[in-house]
Design a protein around this ligand. Structure first.
Ligand code: ZN
Ligand code: MN
Length: 148
């Protein structure tokens, strides 16, 4: 994963470039996203910031997430429910490992993936705008729990 501090500075610079308001809430949200490895949902982000900003609403969280989405700085992973998950570490589409027990989402190391995505675009003649590769399974932690 990218250096969280560098990623935070990069996200902040994008907001400044576009004259978006920088509030303490927004700063905390960007910091959390830049350092997050677990692909949090909006409600998880809201919950995590609640102690620090008790009056911050879920709508405020969505507003910042939507700005990041418009800027192409965040990956939104939808699963057909209302709880989309977000990845601001690496905005280029990449594969994900999804645990069907605890619902954690992990970034596997697949160095060839970027080259594969470019090759598919080149050989198909498609102007590819997005792509997605999800592996569903049971994570090592949940396997240990099952084994007792
Ligand atoms: Zn799990
Ligand atoms: Mn990811």
């Amino acid at each position: 994963m990218a250096d969280p501090d560098a990623r935070f500075e990069a996200l902040l610079a994008k907001f400044r470039e576009r004259d978006h308001r920088i509030t303490p809430q927004r700063l905390a949200l960007l910091r959390l996203l830049a350092a997050s490895e677990g692909h949090p949902s909006a409600s998880q982000i809201h919950e995590q910031l609640h102690a620090q900003f008790p009056t911050m609403s879920l709508a405020t969280v969505y507003k910042t997430l939507n700005l990041l989405k418009e800027m192409g700085e965040i990956l939104e992973l939808g699963f057909g429910d209302d709880d989309n998950r977000y990845d601001a570490n690496e905005p280029f589409p990449h594969p994900h490992l999804i645990c069907i027990r605890c619902h954690k989402i992990i970034d596997p190391e697949v160095p060839e993936y970027r080259a594969l995505a470019h090759e598919v675009a080149a050989t198909s003649g498609f102007r590819v705008v997005s792509h997605r590769l999800d592996f569903y399974g049971i994570c090592p932690d949940c396997q240990r729990l099952e084994a007792g």
